[in-house]
Design a protein around this ligand. Structure first.
Ligand SMILES: [Zn+2]
Length: 322
């Protein structure tokens, strides 16, 4: 399944305001129909036999293929599969999350939606965060800065230091550098340590071959030319310019990330779930130029229907290997 790249219109493809949202998604069936159109914009395709054509609609959510009589729901194979939470609540959660400037906490979501339990809010939020990484996304290209940063651990001399975790966590950052100025998209990943293996597998999975990669003098990046990349070494030590001038992209992203984590989670970030927070940060950063919050809502739902289902237990033990 591919994400349709058609241009989208506010008020037609996605709601442009909360009042329009309430008008469109006033009941469960309107949400089901919206998902149907999103999953199968042209024509229903049977997930089993791949036959095309309108299915029998057995109930609000249940469909049956006219060819092989396979029954499925509109939510099968998505993060909403087998959910007992009404789709309207899911939609409202997606709207709420994409309309907050900062990140969202489970407690915030629970009170905004009037949900019955913290556990429900927590699990919805984590599922939606999981959908924030587009599984079909393109790799970064052009000119890309790559460097590592550290989160958490004791930071001396800073009153506002963020205690995410007892020990430091290493995050590797890739940022597209645009000409003549500005930054494009980013990718972030928590790594066990700044090693050659970790750095190179991150770059190979996230950055197109042939890209100019700017790094510091660290030997972990030495093999980049052997892997088809053009390495530009930018040496901090002894350089006249401080790091934020020589590597402005990673410096800016790292400081925004730290500020965002502090503002959103009040300094208590569970390192177990840090990967999801990095995804949420990237989702917001990569769409920062988007003028319409409604479009962000659409993108999040669109990614939700192509993200495989996961259970509550699955989230709790997930190691985030996407
Ligand atoms: Zn079929």
């Amino acid at each position: 399944m591919t994400i349709p790249s058609k241009s989208l219109t506010a008020g037609q493809d996605y709601p442009q305001s909360w009042s329009q949202f309430c008008g469109w998604f006033h009941d469960e069936i309107s949400c089901v129909n919206y998902l149907l159109k999103m999953r199968w914009p042209e024509e229903f395709t049977c997930p089993k036999c791949e036959a095309k054509g309108d299915p029998y609609q057995l109930s609000r959510k249940r469909l049956m293929c006219r060819s092989c009589r396979y029954q499925c729901t509109v939510t099968v194979g998505t993060i909403f599969e087998k959910t007992r939470i009404p789709l309207r609540d899911w939609f409202a959660a997606a709207w709420y999350i994409t309309n907050q400037k900062n990140g969202v906490s489970a407690l915030g979501l629970k009170s905004a939606l009037g949900l019955g339990s913290y556990q429900t809010a927590w699990s919805m939020l984590h599922k939606l965060r999981r959908a924030m990484v587009n599984p079909l996304r393109d790799k970064l290209g052009g000119v890309v800065e790559v460097d590592e940063t550290f989160l958490g651990g004791p930071e001396t001399g800073k009153r506002s230091s963020v205690q995410y975790t007892a020990k430091k966590v290493t995050v590797i950052i890739a940022v597209e550098v645009l000409a003549p100025k500005g930054f494009g998209r980013i990718r972030l990943r928590r790594i066990s340590r700044a090693s050659k293996e970790n750095a190179l597998s991150f770059i190979q999975e996230e950055v197109e071959k042939g890209t100019i990669i700017q790094t510091d003098g660290s030997p972990i990046y030495h093999a980049l030319p052997d892997l088809g990349y053009i390495r530009e070494k930018i040496v901090h030590l002894g350089a006249k310019d401080p790091a934020h001038i020589t590597m402005p992209g990673v410096h800016r992203v790292a400081s925004l990330l730290k500020r965002w984590l502090l503002g959103t989670f009040q300094g208590s970030v569970n390192s177990e779930h840090l990967d999801y927070y990095l995804d949420e940060f990237s989702f917001r950063f990569n769409r920062r130029a988007s003028k319409s919050r409604g479009l962000l809502f659409y993108r999040l739902l669109e990614q939700s229907v192509i993200t495989a289902p996961i259970t509550y237990q699955g989230i709790k033990i997930s190691k985030h290997n996407i």
